[in-house]
Design a protein around this ligand. Structure first.
Ligand SMILES: Nc1ncnc2c1ncn2[C@@H]1O[C@H](COP(=O)(O)OP(=O)(O)OP(=O)(O)O)[C@@H](O)[C@H]1O
Length: 339
């Protein structure tokens, strides 16, 4: 929603405002007649993130203009212990309520890791997605670009993948989520922009394709599945470069995870097809990036709904299937299909 329509809503003096810190500050500074002087309750969801450095300027501005006399609630699955950060929320007589002193994940969540060389991550991903075809997946990557690259790669293999990252416009992000929620895409490839707060009950499997650099993000990511009593599966890819980060995660959750068993021979059968897909994804990605630079003009003949691959500046990209891929598109290619 744009600032103007929000300003109209704010003029009606709503009792509850749900906002990101940045947008709230925007309104405080630019929307006439809007103030938070009579605020009674301040709730921070995902509080550890909001109190993080990323939001420092905004949060400090907000705290300056709201009453000191108020009740403050901080919620999160992971909480900062850093006094300095908590001080910024200027709490008086705080009470801490915890479900557990350890960062626990729910029992219905089965968690595994896979230890593989970096260069085989793609082929293992394709293997897992095929082995568990029929499920809904959230695949986490560490960069926006890798979400697009991975989605391109999977789509050139006929898999229904869609990227979601912070460089996409709000509209595009919503569109991606809608498609995933409606199950018209079964694989959502995202950055940590989707690691918190999303409540999509049908997510069966979380794959940490790139290991989270902040181990607390692990808790939030895997929490996208096994929600509200359902079961779920989480698999974390650990390459030769990730061992230390992985150990930190195990330390944080207070347990050692079992190895997810795969038949290496079977996985390696996919190598040729996956390398071809990698090559195509590379070309497609290059094209998207260079189009991005040119200012995001739509190309003739491109329209309709195939705009999943939009990059940061509104580029759409059709996935070109090679003749070979087209032919095989609807076939079950890699066998499997067991849940
Ligand atoms: N008491 C309850 N009984 C049944 N369902 C519930 C109950 N509480 C929450 N739920 C459902 O569980 C799901 C998760 O709830 P919610 O999104 O509030 O969790 P959360 O702890 O904020 O998760 P996260 O912080 O990981 O985003 C929702 O679909 C919600 O409707």
């Amino acid at each position: 929603m744009d600032m103007m329509s929000q300003a109209l809503l704010l003029a009606k003096k709503p009792h509850i405002i749900i906002a990101t810190p940045g947008r709230l500050v925007d309104h405080l500074e630019n929307t006439k007649g809007f103030s938070l002087r009579s605020l009674k309750f301040l709730v921070m969801d995902e509080a550890d993130r909001i109190l993080n450095m990323d939001f420092e300027v905004e949060v400090d501005k907000l705290l300056k203009v709201i009453p000191r006399e108020r009740r403050t609630f901080l919620f999160s699955a992971t909480m900062t212990k850093k006094v300095q950060k908590l001080q910024r929320a200027s709490l008086q007589d705080p009470v801490k309520v915890e479900v557990s002193t350890k960062y626990q994940t729910v029992d219905q969540l089965r968690q595994y890791y896979i230890f593989i060389p970096l260069k085989f991550k793609d082929v293992y991903l394709v293997h897992l997605l095929n082995e568990m075809a029929g499920n809904s997946f959230m695949v986490f990557c560490s960069t926006c670009q890798n979400t697009v690259r991975t989605a391109l790669l999977l789509r050139s293999l006929g898999l229904a993948a869609i990227p979601l990252n912070g460089q996409m416009t709000q509209n595009k992000r919503l569109a991606a989520l809608t498609k995933f929620k409606a199950k018209s895409r079964s694989i959502l490839i995202s950055t940590d922009v989707a690691s918190r707060g999303l409540d999509i009950p049908h997510v069966d499997v979380v794959i940490n394709f790139d290991i989270p650099t902040h181990s607390k993000d692990y808790i939030h990511r895997v929490g996208r599945t096994a929600r509200a009593g359902r079961s779920g599966l989480a698999i974390t890819f650990v390459s030769q470069y990730d061992v230390e980060l992985y150990q930190r995660i195990e330390h944080l959750i207070g347990k050692k995870l079992p190895l997810y068993k795969t038949e290496e021979n079977q996985v390696m059968l996919l190598t040729t097809r996956v390398s071809e897909a990698q090559r195509m994804a590379k070309i497609d990605l290059k094209e998207i990036l260079s189009n991005d630079k040119k200012g995001g003009k739509k190309r003739k003949g491109e329209g309709g709904e195939d705009d999943d691959m939009e990059g940061s500046t509104g580029i759409r990209k059709r996935i070109k299937f090679s003749k070979n891929n087209k032919k095989n598109k609807n076939k079950k290619k890699y066998g499997g299909g067991k849940k």
